[in-house]
Design a binder for this molecule. Structure first.
Ligand code: GDP
Length: 528
């Protein structure tokens, strides 16, 4: 096998999805510990405050260095290279999460044993379904009382519409938690608080028939377990790899992230079965990761550690070929060849300075405003990766400047912040207003704060009579001219210069659509 193929096949790029508080941060930390990427528990903790309130978010921004580097966590495990892409926690950043999920090959869903399937899990699952992303499930907090495991599987199947294939099964729960049985290998892993960190540090019996087991968990519990397992086998599905890869079945694991418990069977199974980098659709053709010429797309832009320089990092997922430090690549949207110098790579171990990246890896490009979300880089071919949308915002505000002399800074700030993708920025054709659109209301506070902090602009946001936005597409040039003339009052351009209809009401939108059947009024604008 060529070096390229070997490197590609050993990559596993995924994200963790969960409802807040299910244990995503804790599990992330344990995975990094298992991967040897961090030495101590607690290192991931600092950044999670983000989701709760604006003020927390702002405190977090002071430590922006942490948030940038923890956006992608790469670590080696059992001969594989694992890339864990962080998804933002707050519900207001749903779009960001959506785009991160376009850059992964699989996902890991964390469910709280007591709470079961929660609202945000359902939403995230819908997103995964759009691309049939394969999903593994970890049912967490088994050290506490929760729902019956069989009930939980039933709930996942019913609510999320995906088959469950339990890979591990809990022995007891809460105070009575004794361990898990691995339904594929037959091994029994005992739960011992403060241990379970490695195989060597765990008590593992080869099978349920091991004479030592009854002594440890008690004859009655063992007998009950056997009965239960029979029931489970009847009521659930055996692991079917193809069904998993097609997104129809989810392998399920039980454990307690905070106690390291059940995490290693999950990680072992994950690196063995989760898909390596998959082909991606573009405007012209499908690109296979095996191709040796370089290509990739930008799925996220984030402010960098140093607000003084307003430097931003564009996160690019490599889709084919190899990135090498200092190489040149073709930036399709601008039509320019650019040198990719000093890209950040995310190998967690600092002993190794990584100067190359393969399909499935993410590199961070320094961006001074020329790179946007959705941009494609290639070795020269003019094509664009598809499926990385901008959603029509639901909330709109007009920016109000306290000091009119700062208009230039305000425009610049809004344009740059909207590049990060959380908010969108519109300039009406007929006025000098600057209108900001967002999916969640918290985003306006964040933007106001960052305008002040990073651009020295004191701005507030006031209501504006816009109900929704639609990107206008199609029509002949002549029709378009007519359309622009007749609707100038409600038209604007977005940060990328695309024409957008800002509808004062849903009814108005409907009427306009009926009046102008030649045009498409799209609720998303595909990048690129
Ligand atoms: P996130 O919001 O999904 O990132 O959740 P966190 O990882 O921050 O966990 C939320 C809370 O649940 C924290 O207080 C954790 O310490 C706790 N937690 C995480 N895993 C477990 C577990 O296995 N058992 C128990 N009892 N608590 C846990």
């Amino acid at each position: 096998m060529s070096e390229h193929l070997t490197q590609t096949r050993r990559r596993r790029t995924f994200a963790i999805i969960s409802h807040p508080d299910a244990g995503k941060t804790t599990l992330t930390e344990k995975l990094l510990l298992f991967g040897g990427a961090i030495q101590m528990a607690g290192s991931v903790k600092g950044r999670k405050a983000a989701r709760h309130a604006t003020s927390d978010w702002m405190a977090l921004e002071k430590e922006r260095g942490i948030s940038v580097t923890s956006s992608v966590m790469q670590f080696p495990y059992e001969g594989r290279i694992v890339n864990l892409l962080d998804t933002p926690g707050h519900a207001d950043f749903g779009e960001d999460t959506y785009r991160v999920l376009t850059a992964v090959d699989s996902a890991l869903m964390v469910i709280d044993v007591a709470k079961g399937v929660e609202e945000r899990t359902i939403k995230l699952m819908e997103v995964c379904r759009l691309r049939d992303t394969p999903i593994m499930t970890f049912i967490n907090k088994l050290d506490r009382e929760g729902k019956e495991p069989i009930e939980l599987l039933d709930e996942v199947e019913r609510v999320l519409g995906i088959q469950c294939a339990p890979i591990t099964w809990p022995i007891g729960m809460g105070q009575r938690l004794k361990g898990v049985v691995h339904l594929v290998s037959g091994e029994v892993h005992l739960y011992e608080q403060g241990r379970n960190f490695t195989r060597q540090d765990s008590t593992i019996f080869a099978s349920l028939d091991d004479p030592g087991l009854a002594a440890r968990i008690g004859g009655q519990m063992l007998a009950d377990l056997r009965d239960e397992l029979e029931l489970v086998q009847g009521a659930s599905h055996p692991f079917d790899k193809q069904a998993y890869l097609d997104g129809r079945q989810t392998p399920v694991f039980f454990g307690s992230a905070v106690n390291n418990f059940g995490v290693q069977p999950l990680l072992d199974f994950f690196v063995e079965h989760a898909p390596s980098p998959q082909p991606r659709a573009t405007t012209r053709r499908e690109i296979a990761p095996e191709e040796e010429t370089f290509s990739g797309f930008v799925f996220k832009i984030q402010a960098n550690m140093d607000p003084q320089h307003r430097d931003r990092v564009a996160f690019l997922r490599v889709c084919s070929g190899k990135y090498e430090a200092g190489m040149k690549a073709f930036h399709v949207r601008s039509g320019k060849e650019v040198k990719l110098a000093n890209a950040l790579t995310f190998m967690a171990s600092d002993r190794e300075i990584v100067e190359t990246a393969y399909p499935g890896d993410v590199i961070g490009l320094h961006n001074h405003g020329t790179i946007s979300i959705g941009d494609t880089f290639t070795a020269g071919e003019s094509l664009g990766f598809t499926g990385i949308p901008n959603f029509a915002p639901e909330l709109f505000r007009r920016a109000r400047l306290r000091d009119p002399l700062k208009l230039k800074q305000l425009q610049k700030g809004l344009a740059q912040l909207s590049e990060e993708g959380a908010t969108q920025f519109f300039r009406p054709l007929m006025s000098n207003d600057l209108i900001l659109g967002a999916v969640g209301v918290l985003q306006f506070d964040v933007v106001a704060y960052r305008l002040k902090d990073e651009y020295g602009v004191d701005a507030s946001f006031e209501p504006v009579s816009v109900a929704t936005a639609r990107w206008v597409k199609g029509g002949t040039p002549k029709k378009l001219e007519e359309f622009r003339e007749k609707n100038a009052m409600n038209l604007a351009v977005d940060a990328a210069g695309q024409l957008v209809y800002l509808a004062p009401s849903r009814v108005n939108l409907q009427l306009t659509q009926e009046r102008w059947p030649d045009f498409e009024f799209a609720a998303t604008r595909e990048h690129a």
